[in-house]
Design a binder for this molecule. Structure first.
Ligand code: PMP
Length: 352
């Protein structure tokens, strides 16, 4: 048996369950309830065996060009990776090396502290206020970098762009990552600030709003020196991160902009209806700008609701963590899935 000192030990991130089954209503990992654009299936079906035989383009140029054109940025301002998790992990590895603690909220995406531990980056969590809001002034302290999910997860709350800009402006010496996994369901992206601030990295994904979680495509925007530094790290680790299939799928998904807009509208409409319906059932919630709701019930514990829903094959996310252990995160499903959720909740709450 090798010595313990040889092993890098980390407490891994625990993703939501991926149950299989036809009758399951899966509202636990913020996937899209809709199928991706037909263009994606067509692009994948037309892949040739030769494209499978060869290594993919290490630059994923087709995808980088498509992203740059769609968002109106230069190609050297775009980095792509295997989902935004890969992009974020690579950014942590590239930019958080000062030895000073990086800062992120106490309630946020639970992968941030896992990467910090993995890469031995010191970190300090900054408490959200009692309404789960980010307090901008708290990020005015010495740090080795800052990570803000905007809108935040699992709270769903979006910080206005002027507040995000204050954080970036106040910390010119360290990198500020704005993780915009859910921004398409919200309001204002920080993308427009990448030419103004050289310490900003905006991270995006095709997993949620473009219904492509299974293909694993994420990307980041920043000034070209930042992107170059990330690419150098990537090429020192694994040249071929994105598969040929993922590159093709990503290109097709971004090109079908009408379909994308339709999906986002449907989810935002359903989310706003869900806010009203769940409030009538005694749920309180944050004002989510995402494809999920973060809810707590006036008389039944989140854990109990979670377990009772699970017995009915309805999966939502429960976090057994300080401050949020009486909350559920419910991904917005199709209108039909949401109706079934409401019916189940009504029965569960009535049987109490
Ligand atoms: N950031 C946040 C805030 C998320 O909730 C998620 C989804 N788990 C991700 C990043 C990663 O998503 P993906 O790797 O699928 O792009």
């Amino acid at each position: 048996m090798i010595k313990e000192e040889n092993i890098r030990r980390v407490e891994p991130y625990v993703p939501g369950e991926q149950p299989n089954g036809m009758d399951i209503i899966k509202l636990n990992t913020n996937e899209s309830p809709f199928m991706p654009s037909d263009m994606v299936a067509i692009a994948l079906a037309s892949m040739t065996p030769d494209q499978m035989r060869k290594y993919p383009d290490p630059e994923a140029s087709m995808l980088v060009e498509t992203i740059a054109e769609y968002y109106g940025v230069d190609e050297d301002q775009v980095f792509v990776g295997v989902g935004s998790d890969d992009v974020l992990g690579m950014a942590f590895l590239t930019f958080f090396n000062s030895g000073k603690p990086i800062l992120f909220p106490d309630v946020t995406y639970s992968f941030y502290d896992v990467w910090a531990n993995l890469y031995k980056i010191p970190f300090k969590t900054i408490p959200l206020d009692n309404n789960f809001r980010i307090k901008v002034d708290d990020y005015n302290q010495e740090n080795g970098g800052i990570v803000i999910a905007n809108p935040n997860a699992p709270t769903g709350i979006e910080l206005p762009l002027d507040a995000i800009e204050i954080i970036i402006k106040n910390n010119p010496d360290s990198l500020v990552i704005v993780d915009e996994a859910y921004i398409d369901f919200g309001r204002q992206t920080a993308l427009g600030l990448i030419n103004k601030y050289d310490n900003l990295l905006v991270v995006r994904t095709l997993s949620k709003s473009r219904a492509l979680a299974g293909m694993r495509v994420g990307y980041a925007f920043g000034n070209k020196e930042l992107i170059k530094a990330m690419k150098d790290i990537k090429y020192s680790y694994n040249s071929y991160t994105l598969s040929a299939a993922a590159i093709r799928a990503g290109v097709a998904a971004i090109r079908d902009d009408d379909y994308f807009k339709q999906l986002v509208k449907e989810i935002v409409d359903t989310r706003e209806e869900a806010k009203v319906t769940l409030k009538k059932m005694g749920f309180d919630m944050t004002n989510s700008s995402t494809n999920f709701l973060f809810v707590t019930h006036e008389s039944m514990s989140a854990k109990e609701i979670f377990e009772k829903l699970r017995e009915r094959d309805i999966y939502v996310r429960y976090f057994n963590k300080p401050r949020i252990d009486n909350y559920l995160r419910i991904t917005i499903g199709t209108k039909q899935q949401m109706r079934e959720l409401y019916e189940a909740l009504e029965e569960i709450l009535a049987a109490k």
